[in-house]
Design a protein around this ligand. Structure first.
Ligand code: ATP
Ligand code: MG
Length: 355
């Protein structure tokens, strides 16, 4: 796919502040590309809610086919106040995640310089949540019966497979091995008596292959409490689709602003492109004002560069972001007054002075 150091990246800015933070990322990545001697060919896709209002769908029928030969996908946000989530999510995000088997959802969390965590004494937070991203609790199997009557009920099935659990556990164990060996698995085997014991069994048999990785299985309720009380006790956390979704929002909040948190939807075998996106949505309340925090998007671009084997550029991007924040430049969500573009300009200046 890659022709030397030339990468094709599909760019889906999407909705709301996506149109403001994605250009911040492309400017910064282009500057890094020049310094690190690689090239990114951006393929802009005008998909999202505006596309929906014109065409009745979030992306073309053959959207995923158009993306299939990309080296990566960089996404801003999708979501519109006049469209239900099932249209925007199931019309674009979820088909891309599932068709490209992006079964790892990776969410690093750190308290960046100059940010005060809502837990004031926390400053050394460094956690990566590895969320299973294509199966588990988020399934289409189930239904409702006796609608509107007193007997009405709903059934929602969760589907866990040995393959699905093993591959995400393996990714998490490898990551833990590279970060000192601490791995926590979120479970609820005392209440969910079929799927969660299966999860526990498969995770522990996979992790057993990794010498030096210490596995703790922790009940999700206790884990939520422990993350608030003692976040520094955790490093890599592997969790099912639903548990990972909840935990990664919890940890993102610990890091001080939803505007900071990045994510990567990864297909580890690299049979398909992976997709990188901030965890925040389209933020309609601040869209168009030029004040969105671009850090979540920039950090996502850094994860993308890492995935493209441009590790030095990825590290330079994050150290520039940290420099700028340490110098006191902050957007409004963090109590500062810098606009998106000012923050991005400062990051570019910091990059230009890197040795
Ligand atoms: P969507 O429907 O697209 O998910 P949403 O209404 O859920 O959008 P989010 O984008 O998740 O909204 O934002 C939640 C809150 O966080 C909003 O008040 C928003 O302004 C704020 N926010 C989100 N992202 C940023 C950012 N990058 N910079 C500053 N504030 C942000
Ligand atoms: Mg939202």
């Amino acid at each position: 796919m890659t022709d030397g150091h030339r990468y094709t990246v599909d760019l889906i800015a999407g909705d709301g502040i996506g149109a403001e933070v994605v250009p911040a990322a492309t400017r910064v990545v282009d500057a890094l590309a020049q310094r690190h001697d690689f090239q990114v060919v951006w393929r802009e896709r005008d998909w999202g809610s505006a596309y929906f209002f014109e065409h009745g769908r979030m992306m073309p029928v053959d959207g995923t086919e158009q993306l299939a030969d990309a080296d990566a996908i960089l996404l801003g946000a999708v979501g519109h106040p006049d469209l239900p989530d099932h249209e925007t999510l199931w019309g674009l995000l979820i088909p891309i995640r599932r068709e490209f088997l992006q079964y790892v959802n990776l969410r690093p969390v750190r308290v960046l310089p100059g940010v005060v965590s809502p837990l004031r004494e926390v400053s050394d937070l460094d956690i990566v949540v590895v969320r299973e991203n294509v199966e588990g609790e988020y399934s289409a199997i189930g239904g409702r019966a006796y609608r509107g009557s007193a007997e009405e009920f709903a059934v929602q099935e969760a589907v866990f497979t040995r393959t699905g659990i093993s591959r995400v556990a393996r990714y998490a164990a490898q990551l833990a091995a590279s970060r000192g060996g601490s791995l926590t698995s979120a479970t609820k085997s005392n209440g969910i008596i079929h799927s969660m014991p299966f999860w526990d069994e498969v995770v522990s048999s996979v992790v057993a292959e990794f010498e030096g990785v210490r596995l703790r299985s922790v009940l999700i309720d206790a884990l939520a409490a422990a993350l608030v009380l003692r976040p520094a006790d955790f490093d890599v956390i592997v969790a099912s689709n639903l548990f990972g979704d909840v935990l990664s929002d919890l940890t993102a909040a610990l890091a001080g602003s939803i505007g900071i948190a990045p994510s990567a939807n990864i297909n580890p075998p690299r049979d398909y492109p992976s997709m990188f996106e901030p965890i925040h949505g389209s933020a309609p309340d601040i869209a168009g004002k030029g004040i969105a925090n671009p850090v979540g998007q920039l950090w996502s671009a850094s994860l993308m560069l890492d995935h493209l084997s441009e590790g030095a550029a990825a590290a330079d991007l994050m150290s520039a972001v940290e420099d700028v924040m340490a110098a006191g430049t902050r957007t409004a969500d963090l109590g500062g007054s810098a606009r998106t573009e000012e923050f991005t300009d400062a990051v570019l200046r910091s990059i230009s002075t890197q040795s």
